[in-house]
Design a protein around this ligand. Structure first.
Ligand SMILES: [Zn+2]
Length: 140
């Protein structure tokens, strides 16, 4: 398990949505685990500010986030891996944001197109099998 904040190995710290009843399975999430009290506190503060309305990313969104890693790494490598973000110029930060958003959006579009293709193939298969059922029914 990885820390939901910094991706180090989680070590038994977790977050519980105290706005939900104890019997509600959404009160606990094995996704919200942390490596340290520091990361747990940072996450808890964020959840308090958003009043617990932060929702878990979908599989599609996780996939899109992962798709940003390589372009992000390529860009940071190109402008100087040894530099801290405080050393980035405004234009470099804006370009970094653009690189990440573009990669995220491209993956989301690709995922949606893939999903639409699966749905279309499924519907066509159903229509074909219904057509066969009808035509065979017509023979009887
Ligand atoms: Zn952490």
């Amino acid at each position: 398990m990885k820390c939901a904040v910094c991706y180090r190995t989680a070590r038994g710290f977790c977050w519980v949505n105290s706005n939900l009843r104890r019997s509600d399975p959404n009160r606990y999430s094995d996704q919200w685990v942390f490596c340290s009290r520091r990361c747990q506190d940072a996450f808890s503060n964020l959840m308090e500010k958003t009043e617990g309305r932060m929702i878990d990313p979908t599989d599609m969104e996780f996939s899109a986030m992962k798709a940003c890693l390589v372009p992000l790494g390529d860009y940071v490598g190109a402008i100087g891996m040894e530099r801290t973000m405080a050393d980035y110029s405004r234009d470099e930060v804006l370009m970094l944001i653009e690189v990440v958003i573009t990669a995220y959006q491209d993956r989301m579009i690709a995922e949606h197109e893939q999903q639409a293709e699966k749905n279309r193939a499924f519907l066509e298969e159903r229509l074909i099998s219904q057509g066969k059922a009808c035509s065979s029914g017509g023979l009887i």
